[in-house]
Design a protein around this ligand. Structure first.
Ligand code: HEM
Length: 499
C-alpha cells in the first residue's frame, strides 16, 4: 500500500512538473507581453501580488518594471494587465491598419457566478459575442436606461434620493450622530432602484439587509478565488465562495420573483399597468421564451448602487480633507440655490464647480479599479501577442492617475476641469476611463451622472460635516481595499450639522 502511495505521488510530481515545463514553452512561443520570468511552478506570479487588497497599486508598481502591457500568471491562468493610456490605446487600435476595435470585450469566467447557473443569464458573465449579452445590452439601452426612462425617473429621484437623504441626514444632525456615508447614500439608491424596477420599496430595516447582501455579493466577486486560479479543482469550491454566493443570490432574487407573481396576477385581473421595468420585462417574456429569465434587471441596477455609493464615500473623504474645495462647492450651492431647501435636477447645469468636483472624483477615485476583460481574438500589439481567450485586466486606477496625462495626478484638483478642459468620461483619449470604454462601457453611466450631482449636492447644500472626535485625533484611515469596487477598509463616518 505504502509503495502504491509513493508511486502515485511520484507520478503526480512528474505530471505537475511536465505541465509546468509545457506552460513555460507555450508562454515563450506565444510572445506574451513581458512579466516576471519564469513564473513559479503551479502558483505562477501569485507571490508578486503583495498585500491583499492592494492589487491596483501592486500592478502599477510592477508596470514600472515590465511596462504598460505586462503578463502575470495567477496560478494556472495567464493574465495581461494594461496599466497606461498608451498601452490601452495600442490594444484598442490593434485592428487592421491601426483601426480602432474592442477585441477585449469578453469577460473572465468567475466560479462564484456559476452558482444557480447565474453565469448563463447575468450581464457580468456573458461574453460580448453571446446573443444574450447583446440582447441584454440592447434592452438596457432601449428600455431600462433609455433617456426617456431616466427622465421619467426624475420625480422618483427627487423623492427617493434628495428628499429621503435630506430627511435621514436631518435626523442624524438633530441627534448629533455620525453616519456611515456609504450606507446613508446606498439606501436611497436602492429605494430608487426598487421604484424604477417594480414600483415598490422596502421597509428601512429590510432595505438595510438588502444593502448588506448586495455589498457582500460585490465583495465575493472581488475575492481572489482558488477555483479561478486552478480551474481543474474549481468543483471543490475550496473557499466555499460559490456556496455563499448561492445563498446571497437567493435573497436578492426573492423580491423579484415575488413581484413577478404579484404582477402576473394583477395583469390577469386587468389592473392598470405600472409601466415600470417589470411591466416591460413581462411584455417581452413570450418574445424571449424564457419565462423572463433572460434578463436579471436587478443585476443591472445592483451594479450601480455599490459603485455610486463607493464614489460618494470617496467624495466626502476628499472634500473633508480639502476644506478649500468643500468651501467653494458649498458657496456655489448657496449662491445658485439661494433659500431653496432642496436641490433639484434642473439646478445641476448652473453648478459648474460641483460638476468639476464630480469629474475630478471620477478621475481620481475610480469605483472599478481593475476592469476585467477577456481577449476575443488574437491581438498583435507592440510586437507582442495577446492570445484569444487570455484574461485582461485594465488598471483604470493607474490609467486615470497617469503622470503623463495628468499633472500632479495624485492630487484632488477639481480646477483642472474648469476653463476649457474638455476630456470626456467616454475614454476616447484612453486616459480617463471611470466608466470603462468600448463595447462593455458602463450602460448605467447616464443614470449615474444624473444621481451623483443630486446626492453630492444634498450632502453639501444644507449640511456642515465634522469627523467624530476619535477620527479627528487619528485622521481618516485611508487604507484602501481593492475588490470589484475600490473602498476604504474603515468606512467613513461623519457627523452632519444642519445649517
Ligand atoms: C459611479 C457610478 C458608476 C461607475 C463609476 C461605473 C463604472 C463601471 C465600469 C468601469 C464598468 C466596466 C466597463 C468596462 O468593462 O468597460 C461598468 C459596467 C457596468 N455598469 Fe457601471 N458604473 C457606475 C454606475 C452604474 C449604474 C448607476 C448602473 C445601472 C443603473 C451601472 C450598470 C453597469 C452594468 C450593468 C455594467 C456591466 C456592463 C457589461 O458588462 O456589459 N453602473 N460600470
Amino acid at each position: 500500500m505504502a509503495s502504491f502511495i509513493v508511486e502515485c505521488v511520484g507520478w503526480l510530481i512528474i505530471a505537475l512538473f511536465s505541465l509546468y515545463i509545457f506552460q513555460l514553452l507555450r508562454d515563450a512561443r506565444q510572445r506574451l507581453p513581458p512579466g516576471p520570468w519564469p513564473p513559479k511552478p503551479l502558483i505562477g506570479d501569485l507571490l508578486d501580488l503583495g498585500e491583499p487588497g492592494q492589487q491596483h497599486r501592486t500592478f502599477a508598481r510592477l508596470a514600472e518594471r515590465y511596462g504598460g502591457l505586462m503578463s502575470l500568471r495567477f496560478g494556472l491562468v495567464p493574465h495581461v494587465i494594461v496599466s497606461t493610456p498608451d498601452a490601452l490605446r495600442a490594444v484598442f487600435c490593434a485592428g487592421e491598419g491601426g483601426k480602432k476595435v474592442d477585441n477585449i470585450a469578453g469577460i473572465p469566467s468567475l466560479d462564484v457566478l456559476t452558482a444557480w447557473g447565474h453565469d448563463a443569464h447575468t450581464i457580468f458573465a456573458l461574453p460580448s459575442q453571446d446573443d444574450k449579452w447583446r440582447a441584454v445590452r440592447k434592452f438596457a439601452a432601449a428600455e431600462m436606461l433609455a433617456p426617456r426612462r431616466i427622465a421619467g425617473a426624475g420625480a422618483l429621484m427627487q423623492t427617493r434620493i434628495v428628499e429621503a437623504l435630506h430627511r435621514d441626514l436631518s435626523g442624524h444632525a438633530a441627534r448629533g450622530t455620525a453616519v456611515a456615508i456609504r450606507n446613508v447614500v446606498m439606501d436611497p439608491i436602492l429605494s430608487l432602484l426598487l421604484g424604477v424596477l417594480y414600483s415598490t420599496d422596502l421597509e428601512a430595516k429590510e432595505r438595510a439587509m438588502f444593502r448588506d447582501v448586495i455589498e457582500e455579493i460585490v465583495e465575493l466577486l472581488g475575492t481572489g478565488n482558488v477555483s479561478d486560479m486552478f480551474p481543474p479543482i474549481a468543483a471543490l469550491d475550496l473557499q466555499g465562495l460559490r456556496r455563499r454566493m448561492k445563498s446571497l443570490l437567493a435573497v436578492v432574487y426573492r423580491p423579484f420573483d415575488e413581484e413577478v407573481v404579484v404582477r402576473r396576477r394583477s395583469r390577469e385581473a386587468g389592473e392598470p399597468r405600472k409601466n415600470d421595468v417589470l411591466d416591460i420585462v413581462l411584455d417581452k417574456e413570450s418574445e424571449w421564451k424564457e419565462e423572463g429569465s433572460l434578463l436579471n434587471p436587478e443585476d443591472i441596477y445592483g451594479a450601480g448602487a455599490s459603485s455610486t455609493a463607493a464614489l460618494m464615500e470617496w467624495a466626502m473623504v476628499d472634500l473633508i480633507q480639502n476644506p478649500d474645495v468643500m468651501r467653494k462647492a458649498k458657496e456655489e450651492l448657496t449662491r445658485v440655490l439661494g433659500d431653496k431647501p432642496l436641490m433639484e435636477d434642473g439646478d445641476v447645469a448652473r453648478l459648474p464647480y460641483l460638476q468639476a468636483v464630480i469629474k475630478e472624483l471620477l478621475r481620481l477615485r475610480v469605483a472599478l479599479p481593475l476592469m476585467p476583460r477577456k481577449a476575443e481574438a488574437d491581438i498583435e500589439v507592440n510586437g507582442h501577442r495577446i492570445p484569444k481567450g487570455t484574461n485582461v485586466l485594465v488598471n483604470a486606477w493607474a490609467i486615470n492617475r497617469n503622470a503623463e496625462a495628468w499633472p500632479e495626478p495624485e492630487k484632488f484638483i477639481p480646477e483642472r476641469f474648469l476653463g476649457g478642459e474638455t476630456r470626456s468620461y467616454l475614454g476616447q483619449d484612453f486616459d480617463m476611463i471611470p466608466f470603462g470604454l468600448g463595447r462593455r462601457i458602463c450602460p448605467g453611466m447616464p443614470y449615474a451622472l444624473k444621481m451623483i450631482p443630486l446626492i453630492l449636492g444634498t450632502l453639501l447644500h444644507r449640511f456642515e460635516w465634522e469627523l467624530p472626535a476619535e477620527v479627528q485625533e487619528t485622521g481618516i484611515d485611508m487604507t484602501e481595499k481593492c475588490g470589484v469596487v475600490l473602498t476604504l477598509v474603515t468606512p467613513l463616518k461623519a457627523i452632519p450639522k444642519e445649517i
